[in-house]
Design a protein around this ligand. Structure first.
Ligand SMILES: *Cc1c(COP(=O)(O)O)cnc(C)c1O
Length: 370
């Protein structure tokens, strides 16, 4: 663990982002994704806040075990929890959880659908069906539904959904979202015409919501945008605040002459330089890919120098910014302006999803409401 290095998670900003999302999708109910530890922000406190303080009634986990952890830590949480991918329906012991909690498995393959339709213990489980409309990862086909029409008709579909593969690309420059949505609507209409009742629907993740796409369905499923970063980057539509702020403080400072080798691998300083050592490394989720990436610390420009170590990182000041940070100065690796984390991600050839998920549990999450 660490003390002066922490991830401050501002729940007030989370509530603000949620309200902005509701404005983009005024008629939809919100199904916030809290999978992957709420994108690194801490699943349990985030989920608790969303349900108790923001009126959210539905949450999205990727795995059954995430949902079980949520219920273990807050047993009286009043929410329906969707299990999107790793639903463990085939494991008799684990799948009893669906009978004991308000968990609903998203059925995304024939095997799972068949299990839920045939096993008597699942006879009261609502049918949540995910369609493959072109992403070709998970999802049922139209043929899978046609083969089971009488049973679907009997039972009704509680929630029908699909997932977009390229929602982070502007709709003007790529028509995959539109084609996927058209396919979704076609299958939804087909079900309606054959007498299969569908109660709820959802299609939109962050990229789609940011572009007001699919927001007429009964639910939207925001993930990334809820935590701050935009999903669509060129142009940026989303104006939410970065919920987290990664705070640390300077461990050490030093100066070297040009050509002096520094640290593991002994990378030579390309010029007379001043350095600050930050007490964050890949053991904290400050990834090795950040090597060479420009950062601004307290307004001072520089870059990540040489190798990122397990426990620390070298920050080399730009030549006109020498020596203005002192030991114990508090600095932010990113702050509530989501451009910082987005730039860090882009410079490292990754995305804000991974940057946030990467922060390890050595970094305490500190919650703030304001
Ligand atoms: C993760 C996920 C989302 C949220 O995606 P973002 O791009 O983070 O908004 C929505 N729907 C499904 C099915 C998901 O798996």
């Amino acid at each position: 663990m660490r003390y002066h290095t922490f991830l401050e998670v501002n729940l007030g900003h989370l509530a603000g982002n949620l309200a902005l999302i509701q404005r983009l999708a005024p008629h939809a109910r919100l199904l916030p994704m809290v999978k992957a530890d709420a994108y690194g922000n801490g699943m349990v406190p985030v989920a608790q806040f969303l349900v108790r303080d923001c009126g959210v009634r539905d949450l999205g986990c990727a795995t059954l075990c995430e949902a079980l952890k949520l219920m273990e830590d807050c047993p009286d949480l009043d929410a329906r929890v969707f299990i999107f991918s790793d639903s463990e329906l085939e494991d008799d012991k684990l799948s009893d959880a669906y009978l004991n909690f308000n968990f609903v498995p998203v059925l995304h393959n024939r095997r799972d659908l068949e299990l839920v339709l045939t096993q008597t213990k699942f006879r009261n489980l609502p049918l949540i069906l995910k369609l493959n409309t072109g992403m070709n990862r998970l999802g049922l086909s139209e043929a899978d539904l046609i083969a089971r029409l009488p049973r679907l008709k009997n039972r009704g579909v509680k929630h029908l959904m699909t997932h977009f593969a390229r929602a982070s690309i502007p709709l003007e420059s790529d028509d995959l979202c539109r084609r996927q949505y058209a396919e979704f609507i076609r299958i939804r209409n087909f079900l309606a015409n054959t007498g299969v009742a569908v109660e709820e629907t959802s299609v939109s993740n962050s990229g789609a919501i940011e572009q007001n796409f699919g927001v007429e369905e009964t639910f939207v499923r925001p993930g990334l945008m809820l935590y701050g970063p935009p999903s669509v980057l060129e142009p940026v539509f989303w104006t939410g605040k970065q919920v987290s702020r990664w705070v640390t403080r300077v461990l050490s400072t030093f100066e070297v002459k040009q050509g002096t080798p520094v640290g593991y691998g002994m990378n030579s300083a390309d010029r007379d330089s001043s350095f600050a050592i930050l007490p964050v490394g890949y053991g904290d989720g400050f990834l090795t890919f950040y090597s060479g990436v420009p950062l601004v610390l307290n307004g001072l420009r520089g870059r990540v120098f040489g190798r990122v170590n397990m426990d620390m990182t070298y920050f080399q000041f730009d030549s006109d910014q020498r020596g203005q940070l002192k030991v114990n100065d508090v600095v932010e690796i990113w702050n509530h302006d989501s451009r910082g984390i987005t730039d860090l991600a882009l410079q490292a050839n990754t995305h804000a999803y991974q940057v946030m998920c990467a922060v390890t549990n050595r970094i305490p999450r500190v919650y703030k409401v304001s």
